[in-house]
Design a protein around this ligand. Structure first.
Ligand SMILES: [Zn+2]
Length: 345
């Protein structure tokens, strides 16, 4: 089948790729229609590795996908041919201890699309377990369906924060993950989200999505804004979505006593933490790795329009122009949030 293949660092090919996938009893075959380009895809393209995951052989990219079921395995009862779906891209080993404990995202043996050596989904069809394939509500488009994967990261972060109605949250970073985290925080009960960035167009877009206060940290002081918004108390939750080393200190600085910091961004190197600054607030520090158990909830929120990700889908390319899409995503304009690739129907 024709696929978008990362041949090696900085070299993509849109070409015929030999891939035989047999349909198991519990699997579905899905015709892929929309695939989002993720920061991780772009990172593999530009650098050939993320941490310990190194691309050593040609690999198909893409892990944010929606499409239509075209074949179902004999034991599948939850889906039928023609269903519009999106897929959770990480398939854990059902017998692993982590999976049995419900922590399936932490299963060391998880097979995650476009994480070497596992092929991704930028190709006409995939075979996927029905258990990790989810029906789209009728009013949710394929483009929105392909946004469930990044939204799931924000949803998981909101779960880890244990939000309460009326919380004030700070989101550090208005990249795609910062944006979806702000949406998840509002859907989870936050009364207000204060979001930071250095790019004015991203902040303007974020501010249009709900009760979201943009703070350009180039010329505004975040601590002042948070103090003012909370009568000097601080934010109940801080979501760190930049991965920048300076963000740890900033997160603790604007946090309220007894508050929670969720670390979403992945710094490229170890970052020091001022433990005492955390202790004097009895800060709860949480981390996330991808997500678990949130796809159905993310889809339900999209279906009810409590979460609307459509303004975040800023750029669309045809499959034939996939390489151009990746080149654009490698040096995106500040007005762009999510690039998606659409496959022929
Ligand atoms: Zn992604």
């Amino acid at each position: 089948m024709e696929a978008l293949v990362l041949e090696k660092t900085k070299v993509l090919g849109l070409r015929e790729f030999p891939l035989e996938e047999s349909l198991g009893a519990h699997d579905v075959r899905v015709r892929i229609l929309t695939v989002g380009v993720c920061g991780s895809d772009v990172h593999y393209y530009q650098h050939g590795a993320i941490g310990p995951f190194v691309v050593r052989a040609p690999m198909i990219l893409g892990h944010e996908a929606a499409g239509v079921v075209e074949e179902v395995g004999g034991a599948v009862t939850s889906l039928k041919v023609g269903d519009r779906v999106c897929m959770e891209p990480g398939i854990p080993d059902p017998n692993s201890r982590a999976t049995r404990l419900g922590l399936y995202n932490l299963d060391p043996a998880v097979r995650f699309w476009a994480t070497p050596p596992v092929h991704g989904c930028l190709r006409p069809s995939v075979v996927h377990p029905a258990a990790f394939t989810f029906k789209l509500p009728d009013n949710v488009s394929f483009g929105e369906g392909a946004m469930v994967e990044p939204l799931a990261v924000g949803m998981h972060a909101a779960n880890k924060a244990r939000l309460r109605p009326g919380d004030v949250a700070v989101v550090l970073g208005a990249g795609p993950i910062g944006m979806v985290t702000a949406l998840a925080a509002l859907a989870g009960g936050c009364s207000r989200v204060i979001i930071t960035d250095v790019q004015a167009p991203k902040l303007a877009l974020a501010a249009s999505l709900g009760p979201i206060t943009p703070v350009n940290v180039r010329d505004q002081n975040l601590a002042d804004v948070v103090r003012q918004a909370t009568n000097g108390w601080g934010a109940d939750v801080v979501f760190e979505a930049t991965g920048h080393p300076s963000a740890v200190a900033q997160a603790l600085d604007v946090l309220c006593p007894g508050g929670c910091v969720v670390f979403i961004g992945m710094p490229g190197a170890p970052v020091p933490i001022d433990i005492v600054a955390a202790q004097v607030k009895e800060a709860r520090l949480e981390t996330i790795f991808r997500y678990a158990h949130v796809f159905p909830r993310a889809l339900a929120l999209m279906g009810s329009r409590k979460i609307d990700v459509r303004p975040l889908i800023t750029d669309r390319y045809e499959f034939a122009d996939s390489i151009a899409a990746f080149d654009y995503a490698s040096a995106m304009k500040p007005t762009s949030v999510k690039v998606q690739i659409e496959l022929p129907v």
